[in-house]
Design a protein around this ligand. Structure first.
Ligand SMILES: [Fe+2]
Length: 311
């Protein structure tokens, strides 16, 4: 450069964004191209908005590395991270096509295990018995929007024991305890026994715990029962039912609560009903019909494993 020429101005961050977008402009798959371009635009704008410092970017990289390091077959820190940022609920809510009055989705969570036993209606999911919690009868019908019963629908349900632990991370519980699948009869009816859900903390011994600490948030989830409802000709719904009197209902660590998913349990003491129940003691009863939305039946592309120490 001669002394007469004007000096070249420094490269701007916007020019780098343009180059990065051009670099992926020939991505053959249009969906991949759309996602990667938006990822570049949004992350670059994010850095500009918060004036992200090099040390903070390295901290973020280390944070994600720690999420990977602590994850294994029974622990999925990236799912937990997505859940506690509310991203999971945004994605699931956007993706769901729900008719008015039909069952809405909620978080799958990181504790779903596929392949739980297919059980006859009336079966008890509590294989650990007394220590699992207070017996609870769940019954209702699976219906179409016009009220017609949906026979042969499948409900895949799971929950924690009274200690707030899922069996796959608790060596004190039998394999697949408090998990099971049921099929509705030709009247759309289902019923099963489990234990009353309790509120529980999401794990904070990993990097997501640091996020909770840094933001001063509660890591509690309100009591809930997980359900995946599926049937031929209907959209599969991954959801949870939330207990109406739970103290964390308005403060869910993963933002899963929707008003249509809040349910009420009745305390049953009627002598005849108690005598006929599996443990012959007073129990909770949840009656809830599920309305499905017409659509495509899909599977769930995730399963947790059972922790080594719990095998
Ligand atoms: Fe859960």
């Amino acid at each position: 450069m001669s002394s007469q020429e004007s000096p070249v101005p420094p490269t701007t961050s916007d020019q780098i964004t343009t180059m990065a977008l051009e670099a992926v402009g020939a991505t053959p798959n249009p969906r991949t191209r759309r996602i990667v371009e938006a990822l570049i635009r949004h992350t670059h704008d994010f850095a500009r908005e918060v004036d992200l410092q090099p040390g903070e970017l390295l901290y973020a990289a280390e944070f994600l590395k720690r999420c990977g390091d602590i994850s294994d077959a029974s622990r999925h820190e990236f799912i937990l991270l997505s859940d506690v940022l509310g991203l999971t609920m945004v994605v699931d809510t956007l993706a769901a096509e729900v008719s008015d009055g039909a069952l809405e989705p909620s978080v799958l969570g990181p504790f779903y295990r596929s392949g739980s036993p297919l059980l006859p209606n009336g079966a008890d999911l509590s294989r650990g018995a007394e220590a699992d919690g207070v017996p609870t009868h769940v019954l209702g019908r699976v219906l179409a929007a016009d009220g017609r019963p949906v026979g042969g629908a499948e409900l895949d349900v799971w929950g924690t024991n009274a200690n707030g632990l899922y069996e796959n991370v608790d060596p004190n519980q039998p394999d697949y305890n408090l998990r099971g699948r049921f099929h509705t009869d030709d009247q759309g009816r289902f019923d099963f026994w489990t234990v009353k859900p309790v509120s529980y903390p999401v794990p904070v011994d990993g990097p997501v715990g640091d996020l909770f600490a840094a933001t001063g948030r509660s890591n509690m989830r309100p009591a809930h029962l997980h359900v995946i409802a599926s049937a031929d000709g209907y959209s599969t719904v991954v959801t949870e039912f939330y207990t109406d009197d739970d103290e964390y209902l308005d403060n869910d660590a993963v933002f899963g609560v929707k008003s249509s998913l809040v349910v009420h349990y009745d305390w049953i003491t009627d002598e005849k009903k108690v005598a006929a129940s599996p443990r012959a003691q007073p129990y909770w009863e949840l009656r809830r019909d599920l309305v499905l939305t017409p659509g495509v039946r899909t599977g769930v592309e995730f399963t947790a494993g059972r922790e080594e120490s719990a095998r």
